[in-house]
Design a protein around this ligand. Structure first.
Ligand code: COA
Length: 322
């Protein structure tokens, strides 16, 4: 059976940076409160007229360039987003057109902050089954558009951005040990009202705003994430001590630290971007991968564990050898 190998990563952040200090002039909050409770110092905000697809195209093009693969070779685009340009068509179709790709399939998937882990797992299965050879897996968000900027409990947490990876098929015997080693996805819809958007085409005919019971989300996060991380390691036959790089979804510094501590992962193995990016939902993992690639921590041969949890609840993990 053919395997999927992650060839490259690319990312894009909007230019505008919104600091905690600036936020404190908009809502009743402070830099101290935000840093202490979340670890976030700043986030990027998309410009007027800059859509999720625009961020996604820039990240995807960077990933293609870094892989040395032409857009015309891509036969699958899986784009994870909760902030599509339009209700339909899929933002993936816009990205496909912008990249000049006319073959294969392009679609969006919706798993909120777990979106990238879901999208990567879907692409892995398409490749393993022989349905695709060269995939673009993208996480792209403009959460600034669905925030209630009067709700200090949520508006301080999120930011905009996009990241992408190119995943290609490797034949048995080629590049031994490399590729996606194990994936695990979970969801439990009983918790759908803990983190949600209070609008939608079918229910209200509006886009709505993000609503969250922060403490409830926090309560489940480390347990859920740890479960899928453990299962992924067992499935692939690895121990936590063998992980070279832990790339968690960047929601909250306290959740990252708690999870890393549980698995005995030292801080030098944990990629942290939440301080600079905030929570960019489906984009946070590929954005963090790109930071680690650029600073040299992510390289060929790295054993990388990615995990995420988000609205739904959804959660999942992917273990891959770079
Ligand atoms: C959101 C979160 C940071 C809030 O931290 P917390 O310690 O749970 O704080 P609480 O919500 O219990 O609020 C504590 C107090 O801080 C206040 N507060 C909330 N947001 C605030 C802000 N931005 N600035 C200042 N005070 C704030 C609350 O009003 C509350 O005040 P009160 O005690 O007078 O009622 C935390 O719950 C969290 O990170 N949850 C997980 C969120 C997450 O990761 N979501 C995405 C998952 S993908």
């Amino acid at each position: 059976m053919q395997r999927s190998v992650i060839r490259s990563v690319g990312s894009y952040l909007p230019q505008r940076i919104l600091t905690n200090a600036e936020l404190a002039t908009m809502v009743d909050t402070s830099d101290e409160w935000i840093v202490e409770r979340t670890g976030i110092c700043q986030r990027h905000i998309a410009a007027e007229g800059e859509f999720t697809s625009h961020l996604a195209v820039k990240a995807a093009q960077a990933a293609l360039d870094n892989a040395g693969i032409a857009a015309s070779e891509i036969d699958l685009i899986v784009l994870a987003t909760s902030t599509p340009d339009q209700t339909f068509p899929a933002t993936a179709a816009t990205v496909q057109a912008e990249l000049g790709i006319t073959q294969g399939a392009a679609f969006d998937i919706q798993a909120v902050c777990s979106g990238f882990v879901y999208a990567l797992t879907i692409a892995d299965n398409f490749i393993k089954s022989g349905s695709a050879s060269n995939a673009l897996v993208i996480g792209a968000e403009t959460f600034s558009r669905i925030l209630d900027w009067n709700d200090r409990g949520t508006c301080v947490l999120f930011g905009d951005g996009a990241g992408a990876v190119v995943v290609t098929a490797a034949q048995p015997g080629d590049e031994p040990g490399r590729g996606v080693l194990a994936t695990r996805l979970r969801s439990d819809g009983r918790y759908r009202d803990k983190l949600y958007v209070d609008g939608g085409p079918s229910s209200t005919q509006t886009v709505g705003h993000l609503r969250m019971e922060g403490r409830e989300v926090f309560k489940h996060a480390v347990t859920n994430i740890s479960d899928v991380m453990g299962e992924t390691l067992v499935q692939a036959g690895y121990e936590a001590s063998q992980i070279d790089l832990f790339v968690p979804h960047q929601a909250n510094r306290r959740i990252l630290d708690g999870t890393a501590r549980k698995f005995g992962l030292s801080t030098d193995k944990v990629v942290i971007t939440v301080d600079q990016h905030g929570n960019t939902s489906a984009a946070s993992i590929p954005l963090a991968l790109d930071v680690a690639r650029r600073d040299g921590r992510l390289h060929d041969g790295s054993l990388v564990l990615m995990e995420a949890m988000g609205g739904g609840f959804t959660w999942g993990a992917v273990l891959a050898r770079w």
